[in-house]
Design a protein around this ligand. Sequence first.
Ligand code: ADP
Ligand code: MG
Length: 294
Amino acid sequence: MGTMASIIVYCPPDTAEALLEGAERLVHDLDRRLSVYDDHGLGRLNRLGRASLDDEHLRAVVTASDSLQRITGGAFDPTAGGLVRLWGFPASPALPAREDIDSVLAITGWERMVSLSSDSIALAPGAMVDFGAAAKGYAADLAYAALMERGASAALVEIGGEVRCGSRPGFAKVWTVGIRHPRDGGLLDTVRVEQGALATSGDYECFFIDSAGRRLSHIIDPSSGYPAQGAVSASVLAGSCLVADAVATALVIGGWELADSLPEGLVRAILIVEGDDDGIRVGRSGEWQESPNG
Ligand code: ADP
Ligand code: MG
């Protein structure tokens, strides 16, 4: 997934090492299966144009992506992977030629490019998928579940800024998680989470400034082929980190209009930062509307 991870776990001291090692192994294994940078699960799917869904992790991410792309009106769409590559993210981003954007748009669009059956996924010729906007969340969910199953009293798993945390009933740990300010490098907010997942996406980590001074980030709007312009950043609190991760990415494209159209109960709270380099505006909904600090 090309990123950093950290894990905090509350457990008897003699079990800590085994718990952490197990979680680390799991995350590495998921990274191998779900990363476009590898020739395993997803790398193979992109190369061959089809894959069996025998791998439970590939199946879980594909199935969730299928419904999340529908729910987000196509703002979250793993077939945007071709556009991300065209724009040269993350290594060497640059403005592509208009006709190149058009030709990659022609192979973008989950509904048109992906065929799912109960046990396989097939891509239309030329299409590729990239689960970079959901895989970190999925891996955080799984690592968290594994730690709790193996006897942790409380755990927090953070992968590339996406957080899944909680504790055993009765342990009642309340985690305080910071949301970074998208411009000044400090903290925008801190939120208290007993149980759940918090993901943030934005235009401040992987971007370049074009000749017109526009900030262009690695979140690409699959309908236009251009980097998202809907929000500076979006943070989402949800039960599942996969959902929080994918929805946060989608909201950077769709902003509040998309946030307001999400089905009731999909997420628990949303924070969206809008604005430009001259100033930002912060809006909050759901559990964060009344009391952002829990
Ligand atoms: P980060 O936390 O690194 O900002 P995100 O969760 O926002 O990451 O995901 C960004 C990654 O998702 C990009 O690097 C790219 O691989 C992929 N991506 C870009 N645009 C989209 C999109 N519209 N839908 C799904 N995935 C996308
Ligand atoms: Mg995401």
